[in-house]
Design a protein around this ligand. Structure first.
Ligand code: ZN
Length: 246
């Protein structure tokens, strides 16, 4: 059994039933549906209500911080309170240093509010973090966050060690078919701290990713790590449930 731990499912619109069916055919039993802003958070919750296999997360993507203010987090808080039985976590949220100073300050402001929300409700986080892993870890510690996933982790192996020590997770995706950094991470992360994701709909070079693609990711992982597909599936399945189905 497989779990796609990071998918922008709402983006599929009318195609959601077919996408979920294709995933089910290859053994994907749950799809963690992340959100990018308030509107998509509402859509993800709707999908979670409609499909038992969809686990909705609500959030504000750091790229969306350009047109969203920190007050939008108050609206997310209302969603959590209203739909607490459906909301399985907070994501996609985080920090991306590739933007200018002005937007980074806004990202930081929003991420801080989001961390308070996650802490108050004991919710896990699916984190987008580019070029600021240390700062992100400091903030997770500061806000006493128990469970966090560094989605598509691309940081150093040294920081990966810290992530593992703190009991957090990283997820890998189709980028392990071509990216040297992703391959290195996929080989070194302990199985206990590892997850797979499609980050779909996204094009990873020649792979047009969708939730079913995590089956390919697991096959590739088995080759890279020289472990059996069954072992990887088993451990990653329980890792996913420990985070998103508590
Ligand atoms: Zn994403």
């Amino acid at each position: 059994m497989l779990v796609d731990t990071h998918c922008h499912l709402y983006e599929y619109g009318d195609e959601v039933p077919e996408v979920l069916e294709r995933a089910r055919e290859v053994g994907v039993v749950y799809v963690v549906a992340v959100s990018d802003d308030y509107e998509s958070s509402v859509k993800s919750i709707e999908l979670g209500k409609r499909y038992d296999s969809v686990l909705p997360l609500i959030g504000i993507h750091p790229w969306c911080c350009r047109y969203v203010s920190a007050s939008e987090v108050a609206k997310l808080r209302e969603l959590v309170e209203k739909f607490r039985d459906y909301v399985r976590g907070i994501g996609e949220v985080g920090l991306d240093k590739r933007f200018g100073r002005r937007y980074f300050d806004r990202q930081l402001e929003i991420f801080t509010e989001v961390l308070k929300l996650a802490h108050d409700h004991g919710l896990p986080l699916s984190i987008h973090c580019i070029k600021c892993e240390k700062l992100t870890l400091d903030l997770l510690r500061k806000f006493d966050i128990d469970i966090a996933v560094f989605h598509w982790y691309q940081g150093s192996l040294k920081v990966l060690e810290e992530i593992v020590e703190l009991g957090y997770y990283i997820s890998v995706n189709p980028s392990i078919t071509y990216s040297r950094r992703s391959i290195l991470v996929a080989k070194h992360a302990p199985l206990r701290n590892l997850l797979v994701e499609s980050d779909s709909p996204y094009h990873f070079r020649e792979i047009s990713s969708e939730p079913a693609t995590v089956a390919l990711v697991v096959e590739k992982l088995a080759k890279l790590r020289n472990q059996s597909i069954d072992l990887i599936k088993e451990v990653l399945y329980w890792n996913s449930l420990r985070i998103f189905l508590r």
